[in-house]
Design a protein around this ligand. Sequence first.
Ligand code: GLU
Length: 445
Amino acid sequence: MDARLEAIRDTVLARNPGEAEFHQAVVEVFESLGPVHDRHPEFLDAAILERLCEPERQIIFRVPWTDDAGRVQINRGFRVEFNSALGPYKGGLRFHPSVYLGIVKFLGFEQIFKNALTGMPIGGGKGGSDFDPRGRSDAEVMRFCQSFMTELYRHIGEYTDVPAGDIGVGGREIGYLFGQYKRITNRYESGVLTGKGISWGGSLVRPEATGFGTVIFTQEMLKTRGDSFDGQRVVVSGSGNVAINAIAKAQSLGAAVVACSDSSGYIVDEAGIDVALLREVKEEERGRLKDYAARRSGVSYVDGGSVWDVDATVALPCATQNELDGDAAARLVRNGLVAVGEGANMPSTREAVAVFQEAGVLFGPGKAANAGGVATSALEMQQNASRDSWSFEHTEERLTDIMVGIHDRCAATADEYGDPGNYVLGANIGGFVKVADAMLAQGLI
Ligand code: GLU
């Protein structure tokens, strides 16, 4: 790493102790930024990096609620408003027991660059709670969401901060959150949340956007080598919203998607995953992959283990951070891997990324490859602001243009900085320069 940036990095790490995921996200970005600071010493003089690593505002709050047995439960809520140089803070809410400040900050930090890359006017933020929706009734989830919003409402707004979903927060949760916001504020402020239902201000294609976008980005990477998804053997991790839509899109482009996973195990379906059955089990019944395996012949279910043991030519990690490590990466590379598109945020460890890059595997980092979700959220905000709703075709066309644009910008930036094909470098520099220029123009903020 560049020596000037090392000193800044050390200060950032020392100042944010115990936040391993935030450290990882910061270090990965800093490793790309040496050449930018050679060309733009004004960024160093203005302490852009030091400012960028310090969130503009961090909110931590108590979320009390009662479970179905009448017992009082207490969770912790977070919203980190990281950077508003390009627009209102924008980023999802994650409800998962692993959530703590270090996870929210890593996600919020990544979101700044991701959102900048989309070309849309959105800043970066993230939030969530250590609440675990799994095994909770709809009524419990509703009471939790209402309590969460009873604090969050005072910090958000269509011109301030616009949350959406992430792991554990889908259409059901956004509905309960929106209802409570509307009730407290007495405003039908559609643009305060994205990921809404289609009949009350949501956008078509938003549910599909992250998974579709990841596949579109990966297809663009494959095209640079005269290749495509057609005939690829694809393994996807996860089986939530991002994974399911990535599977559907890869299949529509002619790929054989043979495996996916949940937190208990994985399935191998050599005939190709049946997306309709997967949606039924996961989305309608909120069930598990072992239920999918029980209902379809020729499917093997592996309890525990790693889905990355299954050979693939294209890997789409769509589960969670640090799910794909150096050993898994090496095994995939040995068995003929050609490309990786990250549908999740930071799913590959730093060791895994190094293995992919050394082997010449096309590697699309999450902040570029999974930006289709937040980009379509920005399209939802546009529709809300103009009180309009667009057709599926028009919205999908916009998403495709945005993803191709992100790919081309990352590739052009990597070329410009002398490392063709390095999408990590291209995404980090491309996102950073845009935010840094805006921060410089806006004075000491
Ligand atoms: N949570 C998603 C992400 O990681 C989407 C955020 C949004 O739509 O605001 O980008």
